[in-house]
Design a binder for this molecule. Structure first.
Ligand code: UGA
Length: 471
């Protein structure tokens, strides 16, 4: 019989909120704390502040039984056995992770602690943060007997966060004492024993009762490094394939074939080898920078990460130049834009390469008509509507009278557009695909001039690109 624990989660951002509903889904009682009163009010009404598959269902399922939302951290510290810190760790001006929220929360826990509590870092933090939390507790007069600090990094992706949480590749618990290990093993027991996957109501995913996720127990420092190194490695894979795509472009080879050929080596793996306009989001850019800083701080040369970042910046500029060479001049040109989110399946626009590119085109005097299935509201805060920046009702509206249509986010629904209709409503049937989402042969069949990233252009298209717009 698995034991129900009372878990406090501090911070209801992506990681915190998803962890909260998922722990409730595993049968634990969850007190979700956030200092933002309006967010707490929204969550109490059962409304999800983020666009995430299964989140509304799980909120509804557990709202009046296993999960509560509050602003009272003191009370949560008194009631919960385990406290997960899932507050933001944004990048500060120097490029390091700003740990002031973690610091503030740890101090508040220290003031409220009444009996033994396990404090777990869930936010992405640099190595040694667990050590700092320990020091904060001790400085606030809390006896070492009354707490442990552990690290339990999260590897969920936005858009598939709930399924990633409940069907993980691995669970990492960084613990420096047996009592901390015991508690964290209990938290995840429904996953590691497979009992969760036997439930008929379980959220579907890759795991089954016979194929449960492994749980790795490491030191807290190793767990902290695992998180940063995992994100940095994935970002490196993306930058690597992006450089290879540039080679493909130079010689007229197709990066999609090359990626497949590389990725089918099991030691390399197929995922995160998709060439495009570079990585974005709230994690990779911030975590690569923070990990680089950690290395620097420790006197370890990690120039590789500098290169990863440099390639990522350059990839956007290359795409920009590609659009320019297709249009010849920018001023007054109308660009249809498909996608603003940093990737498909989310409304998140943080560090989105699409947003950066739209800004660059606007600066050149282009008119943008953009469509995104989920991110337009958020985008309108950073790119307000104007005579040059328009938001379209759908993809066709975005493409209407456009000199070129740019695919900047890999929303799967763009694959199923009516391309015949698109080609008829555009001023010129030119599609420049920054995500290699569309099939070049299909696009050509519909009469488009199609350019992707690292995809060989058909000979007549090379010419069309070159001479386009010549009088
Ligand atoms: C990433 C990691 O994938 C998660 O494992 C991690 O938990 C999370 O960061 C985090 O630290 O919280 P996420 O930011 O949701 O997740 O997004 P990804 O799916 O990893 O994509 C990141 C960026 O890389 C996107 O802009 C995406 O379009 C781009 N990307 C991804 C590529 O350009 N090519 C690829 O092959 C894969």
């Amino acid at each position: 019989m698995e034991e129900q624990l009372t878990i406090g989660i501090i911070g209801s951002g992506y990681v915190g909120l998803v962890a909260a509903v998922c722990f409730a889904e595993l049968g634990h009682y969850v007190i979700c704390v956030d200092s933002d009163e309006s967010k707490v009010a929204l969550l109490r009404q059962g409304k999800a502040p983020i666009h995430e598959e299964y989140l509304p269902q799980l909120l509804e399922r557990h709202q009046n039984g296993l999960i509560e939302f509050t602003t009272a951290l003191k009370e949560a510290t008194e009631r919960a056995q385990i406290l997960f810190i899932a507050v933001g760790t944004p990048q500060d001006h120097a490029g390091t992770a700003d740990l002031s929220y973690v610091d503030a929360v740890a101090s508040e826990i220290a003031r409220a602690i009444t009996g033994y509590r396990l404090i777990v870092e869930k936010s992405t933090v640099p190595v040694y943060t667990s050590e700092w939390i320990r020091r904060i507790m001790v400085r606030n007069g809390v006896s070492r007997e009354l707490f442990d600090v552990a690290s339990n990094p999260e590897f969920l992706r936005e858009g598939t966060a709930v399924a990633d949480f409940l069907h993980p590749d691995r669970i990492v618990i960084g613990v420096d004492s047996e009592r901390a290990a015991v508690l964290l093993r209990r938290v995840y027991a429904p996953l590691t024993t497979g009992s969760y996957y036997r439930k008929t109501s379980a959220i579907p995913g890759a795991r089954t009762p016979d194929h449960v996720p492994p749980l790795f127990e490491t030191s807290t420092k190793a767990a902290e490094i695992i998180k940063h190194a995992s994100n940095a490695f994935l970002a490196m894979k993306i930058s690597f394939i992006n450089v290879v795509s540039n080679i493909c472009e130079a010689v007229g080879a197709d990066i999609e074939q090359v990626s497949q050929g590389i990725g089918s080596d099991r030691r390399i793996g197929n995922s995160f080898l998709k060439a495009g306009i570079g990585y974005g989001g709230s994690c990779f850019p911030k975590d690569v920078a923070a990990f680089r800083y950690v290395a620097e701080h420790l006197g370890v040369e990690f120039g590789l990460l500098h290169e990863v970042e440099k390639v990522n910046r350059e990839q956007k500029k290359r795409f920009f130049r590609k659009v320019r060479s297709a249009l010849w001049t920018f001023r007054g040109k109308k660009l249809g834009v498909l996608g603003l989110a940093f990737k498909g399946g989310t409304d998140d626009i943080r560090e989105s390469p699409a947003i950066d590119l739209v800004r660059m085109f606007l600066e050149e005097g282009c008119m943008i008509s953009a469509y995104d299935p989920a991110a337009m509201e958020r985008a309108s805060y950073v790119l307000p509507s104007s005579t040059h920046m328009m938001y379209a009702e759908d993809a066709y509206e975005a493409a209407r009278d456009a000199d070129a249509l740019l695919v900047l986010t890999d929303w799967q629904e763009f694959i199923d557009l009516d391309f015949d209709r698109l080609s008829r409503i555009m001023r010129y049937p030119v599609v420049i695909d920054g995500r290699n989402l569309l099939d070049p042969s299909v696009m050509r069949r519909y009469g488009f001039t199609y350019l992707g990233v690292g995809r060989a252009a058909a000979p007549q298209e090379k010419e069309a690109t070159f001479f386009y717009n010549l009088p």
